[in-house]
Design a protein around this ligand. Structure first.
Ligand code: SF4
Length: 241
């Protein structure tokens, strides 16, 4: 009987642009942490239009492959998902994020944390936090466990946003989780995306970056603003534009 080949991914990882080159680099790196730190460095971004340069950004998957894509779990419609828009607009973005996913799945927490420490030691600028999943979301409890282990080993704050409410978030005791839907209580605070013109819910503040957009104030980026990074603090809301 013919059995369909099953892989960890719902796309053909062997056909992802640049995967052979990445595999060759990983193969050559062996147990050399410095070599791994150079690989990881190519898959970590420091800052973007909303996040300060002092914050390292790493995705465990793409928005296109997000476990919560186009589901009720996600509070942002797929067509308004910034991460998804970038993947549709720029052809190199989706393969890059798929290679990030592959790299993530090939690295232990210890290797990731040690490689991260080395790449940070080469940087001139301060690094104060790691943001996991700017695109995509946590796929399983194993992702939570690995990020939690990393958070214990690195000397910067680790934070994320997740709409994967169905996972066991009690496993995340060493990093900050912003809860992105109302299906269950998890994480450190609620992070809500509200339709334009909505009233601010109780115990909630507007994201200063989002709010300054409208008021014309100087915009504090994530990292400069720590509302979502600190484990304690109020709920945060943004408007869906
Ligand atoms: S509240 Fe602060 S940390 Fe959270 S998204 Fe807005 S700017 Fe970033």
């Amino acid at each position: 009987m013919y059995r369909q080949r099953s892989t960890m991914y719902n796309y053909d990882i062997d056909s992802v642009d640049g995967i052979d080159k990445l595999r060759e680099r990983m193969d050559n790196a062996g147990s050399d942490v410095t070599a791994w730190s150079h690989i990881l460095s190519d898959y970590i971004q420091f800052g973007n239009n909303k996040i300060a340069k002092s914050v390292a950004i790493f995705n465990m998957n793409s928005a296109s492959d997000c476990p919560n894509r186009e589901s009720d779990n996600c509070q942002v419609p797929w067509e308004k998902c910034y991460a998804g828009q970038a993947e549709r607009q720029y052809k190199q973005v989706l393969p890059y994020r798929r290679r990030q996913e592959y790299l993530w799945d090939c690295m232990s927490a210890e290797l990731w944390a040690n490689a991260f420490a080395e790449l940070v030691s080469r940087k001139r600028n301060d690094v104060t936090a790691i943001r996991f999943s700017e695109a995509g979301d946590f796929r399983s409890n194993a992702d939570i466990i690995r990020v939690n282990q990393i958070a214990k080993m690195v000397d910067v704050d680790v934070y994320t946003y997740s709409a994967s409410d169905y996972l066991n978030w009690s496993l995340a005791d060493s990093f900050t989780v912003n809860q992105s839907n109302d299906f269950s209580e998890y994480g450190n605070r609620r992070f809500t995306a509200l339709p334009e013109g909505s009233e601010l819910p109780e115990d909630t503040v507007w994201c200063p970056f989002d709010y300054s957009d409208k008021s014309g104030d100087e915009r504090p980026k994530c990292g400069e603003c720590r509302l979502c990074i600190n484990p304690e603090g109020p709920n945060v809301a943004i408007e869906i534009h």
